[in-house]
Write a protein that binds this ligand. Structure first.
Ligand code: NYM
Length: 213
């Protein structure tokens, strides 16, 4: 008989505007799951700037290159596709992934430039669907006040307001919306609880699914 399969890992995605606190929360969540819960988990992020496609994206974001809006959209998508096989094998071997941004960033940021939302979704169809989407909700004005908007493309209040509108269009009832204006520890606590629920559901045999649901 084949050896028993380990329970699969969970695909946890954090989304939100720039300066919504995603990156800090991802790091805190991953260390908690590893150190306190002793679970196999990895921190991932998109764009993954370490690949060839990722370096083209990095140059674009740093304003070192100009690209057609549709061309850069497809590069962001390709950057997820090139990680799909590894993502699936990690999940199936029991490792949970905490991912800083995913397809929703891809669609919200490109649609905020005026591209058609359905056109933006199309190249994402068939990527692995997250088991949990945690949306860190922070009003654009408040995120801007946090300072540290860098000099990268998109890091401007007016544009972030457009992105917020498009996140709202994408939001569905399965998303868990966390009030990102709360103190960091309160946000962390909610994220931990929702994540543990998702990990348990996946361990119990919830099947992997594909985007878009
Ligand atoms: N971004 C990110 C997109 O426009 N499309 C995508 O598919 C993804 C994953 O890249 N402002 C944008 C959102 C961010 C920027 O992300 C870089 P980060 O999380 O700041 O490294």
């Amino acid at each position: 008989p084949p050896p028993p399969r380990p329970p699969r890992g969970s695909l946890i995605v954090l989304e939100g505007l720039d300066r919504s606190g995603k990156t800090s929360q991802c790091a805190r969540l991953v260390s908690h799951l590893q150190d306190k819960e002793g679970l196999p988990v990895e921190a991932w992020r998109f764009p993954d700037r370490t690949t060839c496609v990722g370096s083209m994206i990095a140059a674009y974001l740093a304003n070192q290159s100009q690209l057609d809006d549709r061309a850069i959209h497809l590069l962001f998508s390709a950057n997820r596709w090139e990680k799909r096989v590894l993502m699936e094998s990690k999940l199936k071997s029991g490792t949970s992934l905490v991912v800083d941004r995913y397809s929703y960033s891809g669609v919200a940021f490109s649609a905020a430039k005026g591209l058609d939302i359905e056109w933006c979704k199309a190249p994402e169809v068939g990527l692995i669907a997250p088991d949990l989407v945690l949306f860190l909700d922070v009003p654009p004005e408040k995120a801007a006040e946090r300072g540290g908007y860098g000099t990268e493309r998109y890091e401007q209040l007016e544009f972030q307001k457009e992105v917020a509108k498009h996140y709202n269009l994408l939001r569905d009832p399965t998303w868990e919306v966390v009030d990102g204006s709360l103190p960091l520890e309160a946000v962390e606590e909610q994220i931990r609880r929702l994540t543990m629920d998702s990990i348990v559901t996946c361990q119990k045999g919830k099947p992997l699914a594909n985007l878009w649901l």
